[in-house]
Design a protein around this ligand. Structure first.
Ligand SMILES: [Zn+2]
Length: 331
């Protein structure tokens, strides 16, 4: 079946597409319709939102009746999921009729449409539907609008300075090497895991000093961390010279100054530190998971939700907020 024909049917029924899922309402049941496939589609899966799926004997009767129409994927909680297949002789381009028949079956088994209650504010008289908590649910446009405004405000307040961030990362990274230095001085051994503290120190330094939280935070943390691994190696050389060869601090620094010009020295400390880079990567990964949880992703999340919105019959679209703010978020 050409997917385009199914899409036409759904669009004509007021469904709205977002990433190959179609959102709309069949009678009083908010419905999400997945049509897999790029050009051709051989199955359609619809997720109906209901007040409460029945239990016991009622559920058995309902499942039996639905199975005559489609494969029954789920009859549980607030969702009922059905799949129609082309090879069973079903005309997928008539998806509107297939869904209508299913909805009549729901009604004849006393499965009501969902309660008119907004999950955000808990009030009734909803005027729109959005995908929320994995279901297509009735909401208020103004409740979703408020969440968006809030996310925009938070994202816009994420303004920082790269220079301050880099200074913070340098200081934070040095703080991050202290645990390793201490473990060597006090316990006379290296805990490789402590290397993970270096990028975390750099990242929190960057953040505390007001660095802008975007990809630059990650790049700065990585570069500073790698530099700090070398700083740490130099500190370890000095500590070894003092404790094992009884050099004074001044003598060891003078010796260090002679050997830093030697390329082989840098190759040596790079190879001796290679395993520390593994733990460095661990710390970078933790820092990155912190960065990606910033407000910008909140805003993207609410924008994705808004793209699934359809209005209740007769509802007026709420006036759109000025989207000019989004321009300032780039970069
Ligand atoms: Zn509400």
């Amino acid at each position: 079946m050409e997917k385009q024909r199914i899409v036409q049917t759904l669009t004509a029924c007021g469904f709205r597409e977002k990433e190959s899922v179609f959102y709309g309402v069949v009678e009083e049941y908010p419905t999400m319709v997945a049509v897999p496939g790029r050009d051709q589609a051989s199955t359609i899966t619809a997720t109906f939102t209901v007040r409460q799926a029945p239990a016991g004997a009622l559920r058995k009767a309902l499942v039996r009746a639905l199975k005559e129409q489609a494969a029954v994927n789920q009859v549980q909680g607030k969702t009922i999921v059905l799949t129609w297949q082309e090879r069973k002789g079903q005309r997928l381009e008539e998806i509107d009729g297939l869904m209508q028949t299913a909805v009549q079956t729901l009604k004849s088994h006393n499965v009501e449409g969902p309660e008119d209650r907004c999950p955000i504010c808990g009030q009734t008289e909803c005027d729109a539907y959005v995908r929320y908590n994995g279901r297509y649910e009735a909401v208020h446009q103004h409740c979703i609008g408020q969440i968006k405004t809030q996310a925009q405000r938070q994202a816009a307040s994420n303004q920082g300075s790269y220079v301050l961030g880099i200074v913070g990362a340098l200081v934070g990274g040095l703080v991050g090497i202290i645990p390793t230095v201490l473990s060597i001085c006090l316990l006379e051994r290296i805990w490789s895991l402590l290397y993970a503290m270096i990028p975390l120190g750099a990242y929190y330094g960057y953040k505390l000093c007001g660095g802008k939280l975007n990809r630059a935070a990650l790049a700065t943390s990585i570069i500073v961390s790698i530099l700090d691994v070398y700083v740490l190696q130099l500190v370890l050389v000095v500590i070894a010279l003092i404790t094992e060869y009884q050099y004074t601090m001044l003598e060891s620094l003078q010796l260090l100054r002679q050997i830093v010009g030697d390329g082989e020295f840098w190759v040596n400390i790079t190879t001796s530190a290679w395993d520390s880079f593994l733990f460095l990567a661990l710390g970078i990964w933790i820092a990155w998971s912190q960065i990606s949880r910033t407000h910008k992703s909140d805003l993207k999340g609410i924008e994705n939700v808004m793209e699934t919105m359809t209005l209740k019959a007769g509802a007026q679209p709420m006036e759109q907020q000025d989207d000019g703010m989004e321009q300032t978020l780039e970069g």
